[in-house]
Design a protein around this ligand. Structure first.
Ligand SMILES: NC(=O)c1ccc[n+]([C@@H]2O[C@H](COP(=O)([O-])OP(=O)(O)OC[C@H]3O[C@@H](n4cnc5c(N)ncnc54)[C@H](OP(=O)(O)O)[C@@H]3O)[C@@H](O)[C@H]2O)c1
Length: 260
């Protein structure tokens, strides 16, 4: 599908690696200017340089921790100063964090919620006045299939992700009359830095592909997803091709989640 995002400006959080980087690249390839956020400046800058070189749209690296409200607000202002407006928000920054319920601390629950829900809401709030004034906004909140079908041991991630889906549905209903669409993508198992770090931490000496084999076998399609497959879904949801879709929570999971 040919998607044209020419003239649009996007902010993508967690854009230095994995799904966020692939999404920023896909949006820029479709013509959007993209403000890319992540904490570590060096990999973010490298990603932005590569995306700007290959894309039709421009790319800017704006390092910030999205849980630092002042830093997030400054990054949003910098994006507006650079590109003039924000039409598209992709709340993707996140990390894998799960613990047995008996061991989880209050600070860990609140910290995970802050990253996956509060920061996403704050970025939407920052983008809202401009989106409302133009009568056009497209928001994608990245979630996980744990939001719909949690495993044991998935606190605090499953709690935060379920809240993120509720946030998506509330915003979709609240903002539909303003021409702002809000959708979620529920990720299953997609190759990214998260899986590379798990492989490195496991330390059994097996190759990355060997490490991933049992994970792949647990997925009905028999493989993990590629970051570009996720990016294609994100790009579709923020495009005019999805103009009548809001409040949806689309699984990108090779059929893994038993809940549609
Ligand atoms: N890949 C999967 O199988 C999978 C499954 C379920 C859900 N997800 C979700 O999908 C999203 C993307 O994950 P991924 O697999 O692409 O992970 P990844 O490769 O580890 O990338 C995570 C990105 O988020 C950034 N980030 C993390 N914390 C941040 C913070 N506080 N402020 C700003 N940026 C931050 C990281 O950069 P810095 O470290 O430099 O900040 C990086 O750019 C996450 O929300 C993740 O939880 C992924």
């Amino acid at each position: 599908m040919q998607i044209d995002l020419g003239g649009k400006v996007a902010i993508v959080t967690g854009a230095s690696a994995g799904l966020g980087r692939a999404t920023a690249a896909r949006l820029a390839a479709s013509g959007a200017d993209v403000a890319m956020l992540a904490r570590r400046a060096a990999p973010l800058e490298a990603a932005a340089v590569g995306i700007a070189a290959a894309g039709a749209g421009r790319a800017a690296a704006l390092p910030c921790d999205v849980t630092d409200t002042a830093a997030l607000e400054a990054a949003f202002e910098a994006a507006c100063a650079r590109f003039g407006k924000v039409d598209i928000v992709v709340n993707n920054a996140g990390s894998s964090f799960r613990k047995p319920a008996a061991e989880i601390t209050r600070d860990e629950v609140i910290g995970d919620f802050d990253l996956k829900v509060s920061a996403a809401l704050r970025l939407v709030q920052l983008a809202l006045p401009g989106m409302r004034a133009r009568g056009d906004g497209r928001i994608v909140n990245v979630s996980a299939i744990a939001a719909k079908a949690p495993d044991g041991g998935s606190i605090p991630t499953a709690l935060s992700r379920a809240s993120g889906l509720t946030l998506t549905r509330v915003l979709a209903r609240e903002l539909a009359g303003d021409g702002i669409r809000v959708n979620a993508l529920c990720v299953g198992k997609i190759k990214s830095g998260q899986w590379e770090r798990r492989h490195a931490a496991e330390g059994s000496g097996q190759s990355y592909e060997q490490f991933l084999r049992p994970v792949a076998e647990s997925v009905p399609m028999g493989r993990l997803g590629e970051a570009e497959e996720f990016a294609a879904a994100a790009c579709f949801l923020v495009s005019d091709a999805a103009s009548y879709i809001t409040g949806a929570a689309l699984n990108v999971d090779g059929g893994l989640c038993p809940v549609a």
